[in-house]
Design a protein around this ligand. Sequence first.
Ligand SMILES: [Zn+2]
Length: 179
Amino acid sequence: MATKIILDPGHGGFDNGATYEGRTEKADNLNLALAVGDLLSDLGYDVEYTRTTDVYDSPLRKAQIGNESGADYFISFHRNSSATPSQYGGVQTLVYDDSGVKADMARAINSALEQLGFRNINVDERPDLAVLRRTNMPALLIETGFINNDYDNYLFDYNFEQIAEAIANAIDETLQNEG
Ligand SMILES: [Zn+2]
C-alpha cells in the first residue's frame, strides 16, 4: 500500500495569513502545496489535502482532517513574516520535537531549499502549534521564505517549480532512507 501524505496549505478563506503588497500567504501556501502534491503523486505516494480551494478551517480542525485521513505523514505549508519588510529571510521548518523521521525530513527540505538560494534558518521545535501537537502522525510545517522579503519572493516566484521539486524530492529521499 502506498504511503499516504496529507498536505496542509496554511490559512484560507477569511484568514489570509501574512500579507505583503497585495500578496497573501494563503494563496502562496495553496499553490506550493498543490505543486508538491502533484510531484509526490508522480513519485507513487497517495496524496491528500486539508484544502484545495480558498476555504478556512482552524489549525485544530486541520489536524483532525489529517487524523481522519489516516495519512502516514502531515506536511503543512506556510510562509514566514517579520515586523518590518526584509528584516529577515530564509527557510525554516517546524516540528513538535527535534527527533525521528520528521526531523530528518525537515533538515532535508531545508538543505534542498538552501541549494536554491534561500538562507537556511534551521529546524525549530514548536510544540504549541495545533497542526504539530494534535496530529497523530509525524508532522512538519515548512516556512518557505518570508512573504515580506523581496529576495525570498523573487526565489519563490522564479524558482517555483524547482522549489516544489526540491521539497517533494527531499520528502521522498528521506522516506527511502528510513524505509
Ligand atoms: Zn502561516
